[in-house]
Each structure stands twice: as structure tokens, then as C-alpha cells.
Design a binder for this molecule. Sequence first.
Ligand code: ASP
Length: 324
Amino acid sequence: MKMRIVVLALASLLAGATSGVAEDYPARPITMVVPFSAGGPTDVVARILAEGMRASLGQTVIIENVTGAAGSIGVGRVARAAPDGYTVSIGHWSTHVINGAIYNLSYDLLTDLAPVSLLVANPQLIVANNKVPATDLKSLVEWIKANPDKVSAGTAGPGSASHIGGIYFQNFSHTNFLFVPYRGTGPAMQDLIAGQIQIMLDQSSNSLPQVRNKQIKAFAVTSKARLAVAPDIPTVDEVGMPGFYISVWHGLWVPKDTPKPIVEKLAAAARAALADPATRKRLTDLGQEILPLDQQNPAALGAFQKAEIEKWWPLIKAAHIKLD
Ligand code: ASP
């Protein structure tokens, strides 16, 4: 009986401690680790979201860019951080799914991180610098076939979304070209505009602003439907690459063992940000689709990430992607 009372007292003490922590949380700024360069697609989403989350959290969300190895270094930093809700990981399909199939990670994507929320998804655009003579996707493929040694594609590193998109494009179009790895597609975009590289399979959120400024050209969007905010860009189905769909979905994670009430607070802040009309507009203007409200929670992200790992790991492992 005595023992039971002690156990009960301990349990209520622990519950009180946890809820106390959550009540005070956040008491200082939160760091959101972006695993790619500043100015790229992940960074842009992170900065818009961080600003939107500040209102409900009452604290600043600081962005820290920890780059390298297709985002796996930045994600590792969060996996090893204290589980106190002050270090969060923003990432996507390639950082939190694909990387596990090609890198020998020092952390487990499913068990060393706890899911917070699904956020947004965007397709890629097939883009080229303005000096590339092609005027449509068909002539782009012909031009690449005629110039196999002169064409290089920028990527955010081996296994990144832009790299996987490029490999998929090569297989689909029976073309061959070089990949040039960067620490994110932000710097790759600068080189594309400058003409150092010729093409990219790049997320719409990174490419659309430069397409609108006519600094680069877009040949197709890798989705079933045209983007409402860029109706002039045809879909892959319309221009001879039927079914060449790529959607890069984003999510938010924290280190495992982060107290549940803190995870819930972060998820609620992400939901509030994604419900805010100004934040929504900034994201949708970049071609991002805001994922449905019923997916903006830890359980939905956890289930989806697991399903994506089951779907993609066999395909990626079979592709024997080289890390150099
Ligand atoms: N996540 C992007 C990609 O793999 C890169 C970036 O965010 O800079 O294409």
C-alpha cells in the first residue's frame, strides 16, 4: 500500500513537472535548423513559417543553416540536441526519408526524432538558364542528348530532392549529364542564372521568382495540374513526360523524448501560422500547397513519413546512388 502511494505521488510529481515545463515553454528563442543554404527552398519555407509561429509562441524562432551532405548534417544536429523544444528540425521528403536509404546516418530518422507536423508540399520545375537554346521540353531533351558533355545540373548534394529529381529525369528521358553538388539549391540557382550550370530540377518555391523575373526558363511542372500561381508552365503530362510527378513535402520534427505538451505547443503554433491568411499567401505564391488541417499534427506526419520510407527506400537502394 505504502509503495503504491509512493508510486502515485511520484507519477503526479512527474506529470506536474512536465506540465510545468510545458506551461513555461517557450521561455527563450527557439532555433529552427534548416539543413540547406540560406535563400534556398527549405530556408524560404522555414523563414515564412518561423515568422508565422512567433505570434502564438510569444518567442522568436531563429533560423540556423547547418548545411552539408544533402541535409543529413543539419538533421543530425537536431537528433542530438536536448529534447527541450528549443531546437527543431525543418526538412522534407529527401532529408527525412531519402537520406536514410543512401547515407550511413548516425541517427535513426524514425526513432531519434519525434514528428511535430506536416506543413506544405510543392512540385519541382524543370528549369534551364536563358542561354540554353531549347524552347520546350522536347527540344530541351534533344539538346541535352546532342550535348552530353556540355550539360550539368545543379543539386543540393547527393540524394537531395534536386538530385533524385535529376536522376529520375535522366531515366525518364534517356539522357545523360553531370551533377554539380551545392550546399543547397539557393547557391545552385545563382550559378544557374550566371550560366555556370545549364539545368535544374528545382522546387517551385526556389525557381518561380526567377522564372517570373525572366532570369531562367521553366519547361514543365512535375505535377498533375498546373500551378494556379504559374498557369503558363505546362505539366509534365502535357509536354511528353507523362506521370513524371515529384512532390516535395515538408515537415517539422524535434529530438525524441521531447515532452508531449511541448510537441503539441509547437504543432499548434505551426497550425496557427498555416491558418494565417498572410502566411498562406506568401507560401502559395511560391507554388507551395498547404497540406490539409487534419495532417498538421504529429500523428499524421509520423504515419506519412513511415509510409514514405517503406515506399522509397527499396527504390532508392535499388538505384545505387553514388555519394561522390
Ligand atoms: N531541399 C532542396 C533540394 O534538395 C535544397 C534546398 O533546400 O536548398 O532540392
